[in-house]
Design a protein around this ligand. Sequence first.
Ligand SMILES: [Cu+2]
Length: 438
Amino acid sequence: MNPSRRNFFWSSLTGFGSALIGRAAVAQDTQPAPAASRASDGYVPVRTPNGVTLPYEMKDGVKEFHLIAEEIEHEFAPGTKAKCWGYNGRTPGPTIEAIEGDRVRILVTNKLKEHTTIHWHGILLPSGMDGVGGLNQPHIQPGETYAYEFTLRQHGTHMYHPHADEMVQLGVGMMGMFIIHPRQPEAKLVDRDYCILMHNWALHPGTYRPDPSVMQDFDLWTFNSKVFPATEHLVAKTGERIRIRFGNLSMWNHPIHLHGHRFLITGSDGGRWPEAQWRSEVTEIVGVGQTRDIEFTGIAGDWAMHCHMSHHTMNAMGHDLPNTLGVDQSEIGMKVAKLLPGYMSMGENGMAEHQDHTMHMGGPKNTLPMMMGQGPFGNLEMGGMFTVVKIRDDLATGDYNDPGWYKNPEGTVAYKVSGPGGTPAPSPMVDHSQHNRH
Ligand SMILES: [Cu+2]
């Protein structure tokens, strides 16, 4: 970014500069794919995978946003829909994005059948704007619109959610992210800026509404309310500096693990940390109610990024299965299947076979298979909080389109040496176009 140009935007919080930023935000909402360039925006707009950024209007120097709390139909992945609650037709609600020093007004219209409020999680503001129903304000009744208005006195990765009937309203999807860019240029600039809000859901097999009373035994673990393989892949160019901002409004802590890179933890809802506090990690726990920013330089490849709680990368499953590992069940399995069509136990040798079984065995209605996803080499056997970070040499700046699977350079794929399958096969992903040039 060009700091002098950016200073121009900061010095003109009303007027021309801000109007430009406002248009970019609207454009990003209607076409979520490309982020505008730094030069025209003053910052790299945050991209919310599977989501959108909330547009705003400049009104007398105030950025005015509008959130509508309402019931929605949400698809976690093709095959599972549910009646959830969210904002502006989606869960999570649109990402609010602004700059330190901005004055913001957020109108909140309640189209639910019970009262609600919004709490601006981690944001420094007057007590009466903090959104705890009964403590800081009267509840927003059905049909009412309230205005929250405050000046942003900080930067960082923040969240918003109701502070009214919290267990229910959060449990069925009401939440969003609130990103505040710093007023001064960051010492180390990023080229791509992603945000992912994590949640958990108890959508019992065969049902259509998430059960908000569940405390621990959740069925669906989501990045921006999607489960793999419906989670959007994160795309970047080799050598770019990438930031991913994680927020956690679920009921578990999530150790987020990125393959192929060492990343730095550079910030949180406390803003961007002083560089001396940055830590080098490959896994970082994002606790309940916390946010964490990670930054790294992209290395070419297809890299898994997922929660390391292994049940959190599975979709709906029963957790009270008898442990049949090492037990030959062929005879008993046939007997049970006669009584219970579609019966599937944990396998004798493991559960990997389940992804293939789901091709021919019907599960309960509106329920995803436990393991899903196809890669270039076969079944991924994943679900839930899993996605792929795709980093490519030949990507244009600001191009967020899915580049397809990585073409591994020759000699860089694990290969079979021996086994019952006969002659070792050559790597299926050799890039012959590259090979021919050598
Ligand atoms: Cu997790």
